[in-house]
Design a protein around this ligand. Structure first.
Ligand code: ADP
Ligand code: MG
Length: 681
């Protein structure tokens, strides 16, 4: 009999081949499979008549095949199956490309459900390549259909069928990690119902119940895990660091630090001298100068003859930090190194050796720093930049590499205290509430797409003044392979701009699919002023610093969260030039108008985060949700604030009664798995 750790290849109906495909998504066990939650849902419940089909609209109709389907070869590699389907209200012409088998599969006189986008006119309705199923055996039509995150070689159908098999195999064996009394007190549904309906919801209400229960469960387990981490932290002592002469460092800077930067540094240094590991969050709006706080702490740590690490969420950012910080610190005698996923193996070994011997004292990198091969001689400080991209578990994993190093977490995401607790555990907080002098706030405009010619003109005029521009390119429609779609969107848009709009300027582009070295070269050229316009995806959302760039144009602005727009906007206004942010959107909804207006009204990140929460509100289940956190797949920390409070209270209550979770082994096991990369939660 199966249990949740069963390899999916042994699940009935899956087998080795499908298991191999699913393996590409990291799905290995039955637990992985049923926890592969849909990214969103499509409501295909309504069944229309042909006469009710509106051209341009996606819908399902039940219709009878009126004549045998006809197959024609249009040209090499393009076969067409065409048929006429009817119901009592009208005629629908249906075509399929390269699905020749349908010619024999679809029978004259039988009724099928066709689900797709209606085209043509009200007199002559057509549908191209719809999903088709016999009326009596519907799997993918006439219901709320899960849409899963995919990868190449794994289709929606493969996933939803496999999940179906997985759920069937789970009947009766799903352990409920929530103690019964907790479940009842918070009116949460049972586990089997929850998994069933998060994947295949009977109704929007059932989905709501399922999601609520699974989100509660995640937040509950997360809080328990954090509670146990915190208890462990309280008993740890480390050798206090000694005072060091920081003047050398301050004098090396090209500018005087702000009061707020100095205060944050002092707070951190005090922690490091205390004899208890520092666990501090440094929050500061974009552009407030967090990097220098990190640099000061690293310098202090190295002066104490211990090593420091700085972990950034993207390769681009890691490289940029390395370039800036090594230039600053190497002359002060701090040996620096860069270690990322793309560091060649040989170099990695050299760096590893340098770290193990203590020769290298400050290493900057991505999560590659977490790999087992990297060993430090004496890691004293771990700084993570733009922490919201990392999970608590990852941070703890890095911390575990030293003997309780100090940790400093830097974030530009202003978040309410309760959410901070979930994201960061129980950290002390420093706030950089001041921008470096001379900054002018970024002028922000929300405009429709018809303004593009004027925007292009504006970019050109800024160029004449020597400035540079970022353009965040239109986001792609949902596609099977999101990364590939993004690459296409970026390269095509950049190509169009270069050819048709700015033939005399230099347009470059960067996207997530490029090799790190290519990205690096593009970013370096832009930073050096060798290119004028950088077209990109949101890979430039975090951290990147090119003070000469003064224009940020964001296409499809309505598709971004406000906080994300704020981060993107933070890429400009970093020097002393007046900077501009232009939000392009053709979406006319009241909600979009309000959201974009918030951006034009304020540049205060905290205000924007608040508005974001207020406007988005809870429960946007059919929309796209942001899953920021590893370990939190269902819960949305932006929206589930009330649920979070409930789950935290329940978790704390349980921990007070039963700190070792003796009464709920299933919960203990899941907490252990959730924090698997931390030593002993
Ligand atoms: P963030 O808080 O967004 O990480 P950065 O650390 O990238 O901000 O700093 C933004 C820009 O401001 C950088 O170009 C940096 O060199 C500059 N900067 C930082 N501190 C100061 C300061 N005290 N005075 C002037 N410029 C500063
Ligand atoms: Mg930064």
């Amino acid at each position: 009999m199966a249990d949740l750790s069963t390899d999916i290849q042994y699940i009935k109906g899956i087998g080795p081949q499908r298991a191999k495909a699913l393996g590409k998504l990291g799905i290995a066990t039955l637990q992985d499979l049923i926890s592969w939650f849909p990214r969103r849902y499509e409501d295909r419940t309504a069944l229309r008549t042909i006469a009710q089909l509106q051209p341009g609209e996606t819908a399902c109709v039940a219709a009878m095949v009126a004549a045998p389907p006809a197959l024609s070869h249009i040209r090499r590699g393009l076969d067409l199956v065409k048929l006429r389907a009817v119901d009592e209200t009208g005629v629908l012409e249906v075509t399929f490309f390269n699905q020749t088998w349908l010619k024999n599969q679809l029978r004259q006189g039988e009724t099928y459900v066709f689900c797709g986008r209606a085209e043509g006119s009200l007199l002559h309705r057509r549908m191209a390549s719809p999903i088709v199923e016999p009326l009596g055996r519907r799997e993918a039509t006439c219901r709320i259909v899960p849409i899963y995150p995919l990868t190449a070689g794994v289709s929606q159908l493969l996933l939803s069928r496999s999940v179906r098999q997985g759920l069937d195999a789970c009947t009766g064996i799903l352990p409920d990690v929530l103690p019964d009394e907790v479940r009842q007190a918070h009116q949460l549904c049972r586990i089997q119902y929850a998994y069933e309906n998060i994947h295949f919801p009977e109704s929007p209400e059932a989905l709501d119940l399922a999601r609520r229960r699974l989100a509660f469960e995640e937040l509950f387990l997360f809080t328990i895990g954090l509670g146990r981490l915190r208890r462990r932290r309280e008993v740890v002592h480390t050798a206090p660091m000694a005072d060091a002469d920081m003047e050398v460092f301050y004098r090396a800077l090209p500018f005087a630090l702000t009061q707020a930067q100095r205060r944050c540094i002092d707070e951190a240094l005090t922690d490091m001298r205390s004899g208890v590991p520092m666990n501090r969050l440094c929050q500061g709006d974009v552009g407030s100068g967090k990097t220098m706080v990190a640099a000061a702490c690293a310098y202090f740590c190295v002066r104490n003859r211990r090593q420091a690490a700085l972990m950034a969420p993207t390769e681009i950012l890691a490289r940029q930090h390395y370039a800036g910080l090594s230039a600053l610190l190497e002359p002060l005698g701090v040996r620096c190194a860069l270690l990322t996923g793309s560091t060649p193996a040989g170099e990695k070994r050299t760096i590893s050796a340098g770290l193990a011997s203590g020769e290298i004292s400050f290493v900057i990198g991505t999560h590659a720093l977490l790999t087992g091969a990297v060993a430090w001689a004496d890691l004293g400080l771990v700084v993570t930049d733009e922490q919201h991209r990392f999970g608590v578990a990852q941070r703890a994993a890095l911390a575990a590499k030293g003997s309780h190093p100090h940790t400093l977490v830097m974030s530009a995401t202003p978040i309410p205290r309760t959410l901070a607790l979930i994201l960061y555990g129980d950290l002390d907080v420093s706030v950089i509430d001041q921008l470096p002098p001379g900054r002018r706030s970024v002028k922000t405009y929300a405009v429709p797409g018809s303004y593009r010619p004027r925007i292009y003109d504006f970019i050109r005029r800024q160029r004449l003044e020597g400035r540079q521009t970022y353009i965040v390119c239109p986001m792609v429609e949902e596609s099977e392979d999101e990364a590939a779609g993004e690459r296409k969107a970026v390269t095509e848009y950049a190509g169009m701009l270069q050819r048709e709009v700015f033939p005399d300027l230099k347009v470059s582009f960067v996207h997530g699919r490029m090799k790190p070295r290519e990205k690096d070269a593009v970013m370096a050229a832009f930073a050096a002023g060798e290119t004028d316009i950088l077209v990109s995806t949101t890979v430039i959302e975090v951290g990147v610093d090119v003070p000469n760039a003064s224009v940020m144009v964001i296409e499809n602005a309505e598709r971004f969260g406000l906080s994300q727009l704020h981060q993107l906007r933070g890429r400009v206004g970093r020097g002393s030039h007046q900077s501009y942010c232009i939000l392009i959107s053709d979406n006319r909804s009241e909600e979009t108008r309000q959201r974009l207006e918030v951006m034009t009204r304020t540049t205060d990140g905290f205000r924007i985060a608040e508005e974001d929460l207020r406007l988005r509100g809870p429960g946007d289940f059919f929309g796209q949700r942001q899953h920021g956190l590893p370990g939190l797949r269902v819960a949305d920390i932006g929206c589930d604030t009330l649920l979070l409070k409930e789950a935290q209270a329940a978790a704390e209550d349980l921990l007070a009664r039963d700190p070792d979770l003796a009464t709920c082994p299933a919960a203990a096991e899941r907490v252990a798995a959730l924090f698997a990369r931390t030593p002993t939660p």
